[in-house]
Ligand binder design. Sequence first.
Ligand code: CP3
Length: 348
Amino acid sequence: MNLPSVARTPTPLVLAARGEPVPVTPVWFMRQAGRSLPEYRALRQGIPMLEACQRPDLVQEITMQPVRRHGVDAAILFSDIVVPLRAAGVDVDIVPGVGPVVADPIRTLEQVHRLGPLHPEQVGFVAAAVAGLVAELGDVPLIGFAGAPFTLASYLIEGGPSKNHERTKAMMYGAPELWHALLDRLADITLVFLRVQAQAGASVLQLFDSWAGALSRADYLTAVAPHSRTVLAGLADLGVPRIHFGVGTGEVLDVMGDVGADVVGVDWRVPLDEAVRRIGPHRAVQGNLDPAVLFAGWDAVEREVRRILAEGRAARGHVFNLGHGVLPDTDPDVLTRIVDLVHDLTAA
Ligand code: CP3
């Protein structure tokens, strides 16, 4: 299959991801499409989250909204980490204000054996949305994404969002065979889902391991990293830059790079120059403005943006972003001003 994005002139995002010189530091925001935008809230009226994710017309429009409004250097597909699970037959829904809720949390090997595989045609609606978006976006790159095996496992085992991940860790420590069988399946589903997006034209892929920071380094290395590697290494032949992100992952940033990322996403806890020391010189970084700073007034925002750009110069490539997703009550005008500031301060 042709990869339309490969033929195009590389964009600032792709250049930064590869560590090549950029005309401007690229900037986009995790969760840029969503509740901070009134036009998003209007469009979603009466339409459940997962239904919206399955309608290419809505996915396309919602994905475009922040691109039009903020002039960001990338679009990220409007979807959710549970979309491939639902497509593969898992009874999961997204409950407003709660997050993903799973009807039958995974406890047994029989349940694991019934999970997946994901067939590309089960996510044909995603391929259709990606193809439509790539045509509409022109020179703006589209980021495809998926949840990493650990973060998906956490939702499937806990049955929903969890603060302490106690059932997840109980399985990890108490039933390692079951654990690895489950993460094997999830890695396969995730890899298929990301390949579908790249083959439909996504020019960058991000693997979200949002809850990886809940683990010690030793446990991350043995219980999680091999499965994330299956996913990221399984994408290598596509030639599409891979971003790997988690929250609270300061102790494992190097491992998150080593399992096959071109760009390591950093939350706000570790300054980017220190992150580069931990990750090494061969990968780019993404981040890392604390999303809560956007509530502190423009002077504070500007000070933090300047600090992060300065620290980001230590990196081979820097993709400006928040340290986690846009919070729902964020004033969207602050996001637009950040895009302009990053561009003004870094234009070559
Ligand atoms: O970044 C983007 O703009 C693309 C869209 C996107 C969504 N979810 C849309 C969404 C992305 C990249 C995700 C990923 C996702 N989903 C992650 C990993 C990133 C992270 O934030 O750590 C996780 C852990 C989820 C699971 C999930 N889905 C949660 C915790 C929630 C929030 C629940 C709530 O209502 O507070 C969701 C729902 C969700 N996903 C919304 C959006 C826009 C809100 C639903 C709505 O608007 O009704």
